[in-house]
Design a protein around this ligand. Structure first.
Ligand code: DC
Length: 233
């Protein structure tokens, strides 16, 4: 039987690190869906497409498809292609893409294309998926739903580390404001705003490292399995 784990939460709450480590520990597939919205934002920049025009962005995604290949050994934990060209973390996490990605992700037409693709990917096997609407929209039937948060201070420190590792210029003073602005756009948009899915377990990772969060998720998986086998027996 396939297991689906949905991990949602605000920017830099540790979702991708935790999702990837959980997938590795439980031998499941892994996808960070934020990368797909970032890939479309990159295409919009490259083609000069208006980020406020949802129909034009959806057409762009249809003509230059965003494709994902699940591959644990790849640097991101999966490979992502936009219009046939592979994108790396420096491009995806770059400041230009980050500045417009929330606007790109706010459009219903864009979200519907991405959600369809994400569900197709989830059909490949047991999966851990990270994003903003995974537990509520993409995989509402997921067996385990996590809403991961952390204090702004912790999130700024994590994002700074991640950007430095990816070789992206970091404006330390702007990071907090940027995270808050993206969270504001993601939480107040009309379509699939960021909010805990019904039944989601809230985990605050401010004072717990990624391994500690993965331990908590694995404990939830164990109790779910025990509950299922009790019901069967
Ligand atoms: O997780 P991230 O910072 O890479 O996400 C980039 C943007 O994409 C973020 O502003 C919100 C959006 N996003 C979304 O709306 N739904 C998802 N499932 C994943 C990301």
């Amino acid at each position: 039987m396939q297991l689906q784990i949905a991990i949602d939460g605000p920017a830099a709450s540790g979702k991708t690190t935790v999702a990837r480590a959980t997938a590795r520990r439980l031998r499941m597939l892994y996808l960070d869906t934020g990368a797909m919205y970032r890939a479309l934002a990159y295409l919009a920049l490259r083609t000069g497409t208006d980020v406020d025009n949802g129909a034009a962005l959806a057409r762009l995604a249809a003509t230059m498809p965003i494709e994902v290949e699940l591959d644990e050994s790849a640097p991101l934990g999966f490979r992502i292609f936009a219009g046939g060209a592979e994108l790396d973390e420096t491009v995806l996490a770059g400041n230009e893409v980050t500045a417009i990605v929330s606007a790109v992700a706010a459009h219903a037409e864009v979200r519907s294309a991405m959600v369809d693709a994400q569900r197709r990917i989830a059909g490949k096997g047991s999966v851990v998926m990270a994003g903003r609407d995974i537990g509520s929209v993409v995989l509402p039937g997921a067996a385990i739903k996590i809403f991961l948060t952390a204090s702004l201070e912790t999130r700024v420190a994590r994002r700074r580390r991640q950007l430095e590792q990816a070789g992206v210029d970091v404006d330390a003073h702007g990071l907090g404001a940027e995270l808050q602005e993206r969270d504001r756009i993601d939480s107040t948009r009309a379509v699939s705003p960021l909010e805990p899915a019904p039944g989601a377990h809230l985990i605050d990772s401010s004072d717990i490292d990624a391994d500690g969060v993965v331990d908590q998720i694995c404990a939830l998986v164990r109790s779910l399995c025990a509950e299922r086998s009790r019901r069967k027996g």
